[in-house]
Design a protein around this ligand. Structure first.
Ligand SMILES: *[C@@H]1O[C@H](CO)[C@@H](O)[C@H](O)[C@H]1NC(C)=O
Ligand SMILES: *[C@@H]1O[C@H](CO)[C@@H](O)[C@H](O)[C@H]1NC(C)=O
Length: 407
């Protein structure tokens, strides 16, 4: 009893010592992401795709959700970037509700392979059945991540479920063939609200890799003014639906540039991005991608990243904000881990105390660009998701980078 009283008194005096996962909601303060205790959090994670034609997170025909999450945990990563397509939410809202695994696999893989892959998924993941729905699979992944103390960052990757990205895929910009802006905001609202049930959902990326459509069609003008109008409207919607989660803003040109944001420069129509004007300024985070895989000069990669957005980390920035490299990656089947590019990012991100998420965890895809059971050479995992594709590439690459970021 005495001990208990002393313990309670100690807890009250030093509440910051409590460390029970998940310590949400997260906020930002200047350039830092903070958990609910006020401790710094740096995203160190991996992309887990779920925005392909099937619109179910990949790999489940080969391994269980728990064994895949354990692989991520074994690297000491703390988060996943879980991608989804707006089409999944359009199906729920407009087309009679969430689609079953049976129907999703049949539709995407056909009536011969669909049922086969479904049976493999169920045999590896016996808690799923043919009538489990897609969003229930997302729920199961979030729950397993929570069990293993891993955070979930959702990412709207595409409107129409498919491999991303190119300028002619109809998903590139507001108003593009499949990119209906109202459906986009509605889908974000739906999933942000749905995610309130996930204790470990800390953030959402509004859209992956904006890019100039190769055929303008009915798209809105491709510029920062359009970006501002659409992105801020979506951010408002998401914040209203779920005021607790952080909102990641991505840039133009395949999310390689957010250059007018750190310094609040003119977006082209006199408008400027002013973080201080947002009632939820403490929820905003910037994200960039980098795929300069054939670069020969690390300084030029670093300068590019800095000038295209990472300088928002600096105290001199008008809009000082956290910036996370949510995609970068390289082949796991050759010596790419020793390339200038891989070495440069492995040193630079930890040196900035900036978050990062490797593309990609997979393994393989149920289907990618028309090829079923597509083997992913950039995947950390082997085609059957059973273990690392290359132990030495993982040891010298992401595992070393995790250690540097945690140090
Ligand atoms: C976060 O980490 C930085 C760098 O180590 C430090 O300067 C800052 O005070 C930390 N913030 C908190 C709230 O711990
Ligand atoms: C963090 O955000 C939540 C809303 O998600 C808010 O209630 C809380 O007061 C914020 N904490 C700080 C320290 O700003």
């Amino acid at each position: 009893m005495v001990f208990k009283t002393l313990f309670m008194a100690a807890m009250a005096a030093f509440p910051v010592l409590t460390s029970a996962f998940p310590n949400t909601p997260f906020n930002t303060s200047g350039r830092w992401v903070l958990d609910s205790r006020g401790a710094n959090f740096t995203y160190i994670g991996v992309n887990w795709p779920g925005a392909g034609e099937v619109m179910i997170p990949e790999g489940l025909q080969y391994q269980s959700v728990s064994s895949i999450v354990s692989k991520i945990k074994s690297l000491n990563m703390n988060s996943i970037r879980l991608t989804f397509a707006i089409e999944m939410l359009d199906d729920i809202i407009d087309r009679g509700g969430d689609v079953t695994l049976q129907n999703a696999f049949n539709k995407a893989l056909g009536n011969t392979n669909g049922p086969k892959v479904l049976q493999q998924v169920i045999s590896k993941n016996p808690s799923f059945t043919a009538s489990t729905t897609r969003l229930q699979v997302f729920d199961a992944i979030a729950a397993e991540c929570a069990k293993q103390s891993i955070y979930v960052h959702l990412d709207n990757h595409m409107s129409k479920g498919a491999w991303c990205c190119n300028t002619g895929d109809g998903n590139s910009w507001f108003g593009d063939t499949y990119f209906n802006t109202n459906n986009w905001k509605r889908g974000l609202q739906y999933i942000a609200d749905h995610g309130k049930a996930w204790p470990n959902l800390i953030s959402i990326g509004l859209r992956n890799e904006f890019r100039k459509p190769s055929n303008a069609g009915s798209s809105l003008p491709y510029n920062w003014a359009t970006w501002y109008t659409q992105v801020i409207s979506a951010a408002d919607t998401v914040n209203k639906a779920n005021p607790d989660i952080l909102i990641f803003l991505s840039g133009l040109d395949f999310d390689t540039t957010l250059s007018p944001i750190p310094g609040a420069s003119d977006l082209g129509n006199g408008q400027r991005f002013q973080k201080s004007s947002f009632s939820y300024a403490n929820k905003l985070v910037l994200e960039l991608h980098n795929y300069q895989n054939s670069a020969t000069n690390c300084d030029s990669i670093k300068n590019g990243l800095w000038n295209n957005g990472f300088k928002a980390l600096d105290k001199s920035a008008v809009n000082q904000m956290p910036v996370v490299l949510t995609e970068f990656g390289y082949s796991q089947t050759d010596n790419s881990v020793n390339s200038v590019y891989a070495k440069c990012l492995a040193q630079y991100m930890p040196s900035l105390d900036a978050g990062w998420m490797y593309w990609v965890l997979a393994g393989s895809y149920y289907i990618r660009s028309g090829t079923q059971d597509f083997d992913e050479a950039w995947g950390l995992l082997k085609k059957d998701w059973s273990g690392w594709r290359s132990q030495s590439s993982v040891d010298n690459g992401v595992a070393a980078m995790v250690r540097a970021s945690l140090a």
